[in-house]
Design a binder for this molecule. Structure first.
Ligand code: ZN
Length: 257
């Protein structure tokens, strides 16, 4: 197990396009700049979104993916608003993604708002990470769209053990990991700007809590807060049950100075 070549370093699984950018766009851009292969899987087409069609949102996601340097991105067709962590077809879709991309790290990426899909996705990913190792569970590929500029999709393995599962840290929780995104924050801002239909008010768009101008400021304030905690300009935060186990105190591990 886990002898398969490094198909993907980090797999980001989110309910909706733009959640990855909101939650960890700076981390993705930083990793990509270091040559890490990061794939994103968006679980739904976002058909319940107040503004824009699914196709418009997917076009915006493609632009954002390119800005961040994603290796590739898929959009599945789970029902928007009804992601269910105990639904077998939803679990099997995520198991398929894990066995296909064989990530070393998987990160569920809701923004920390308590949207039911965001809450469900975290649990869905945790359950699927366990099920992905069960050889007798056979799954088939779900329906998906692929970001055309992204890399080709690898062959699917029969099982995969995900070494580390993380989630974007919700407000009010203690982060397990702080990721310094100071040098690549501008790319996160550019990627978020790609989602004009979601974050900007304009002709024909209805008012929502994320397009009043204050939402993007809130995202930056959060990064400044985590950055302050990290001793850096800006940071993104994650939680995990996978406590790191080490056998040396090496400075390159990333201890705060
Ligand atoms: Zn969302």
């Amino acid at each position: 197990m886990n002898k398969v070549s490094n198909k993907c370093d980090v797999l980001v699984i989110s309910p909706h396009t733009d959640d990855a950018e909101i939650g960890l766009g700076g981390t993705i851009a930083t990793l990509a700049a270091k040559g890490r292969k990061v794939w994103a899987v968006d679980l739904t087409r976002g058909e319940m979104g107040t503004n824009a069609t699914c196709d418009q949102r997917w076009q915006e996601a493609a632009e954002a993916s390119s800005i961040l340097g994603l290796a590739g991105r898929l959009q599945l067709s789970l029902p928007d608003g009804f992601i269910n962590a105990t639904d077998r077809s939803h679990l099997e879709a995520v198991v398929w993604a894990l066995r296909t991309f064989c990530p070393q790290f998987v990160i569920s990426a809701p923004d920390p708002v308590r949207h039911p899909d965001h809450v469900a996705t975290r649990e869905l990913v945790q359950r699927a990470a366990f099920l992905a190792r069960l050889l007798k569970l056979q799954v088939s590929a779900p329906e998906y769209l692929r970001w055309e500029a992204g890399a080709g999709i690898p062959d699917t393995e029969n099982q995969w053990i995900v070494p580390t599962v993380l989630s974007v840290c919700p407000d009010g929780e203690e982060p397990s990991v702080l990721f310094d995104v100071s040098d690549h924050w501008h790319l996160k801002e550019q990627a978020l700007a790609s989602y004009a239909s979601q974050f900007l008010r304009g002709a024909g768009r209805l008012a929502t809590h994320i397009n009043d101008g204050g939402f993007l400021e809130k995202i930056e304030r959060r990064a400044l807060r985590w950055g302050n905690l990290a001793g850096k300009e800006k940071a993104e935060a994650f939680i995990t049950d996978n406590t790191p186990v080490i056998d040396d105190f090496a400075p390159e591990f990333g201890w705060r100075s």
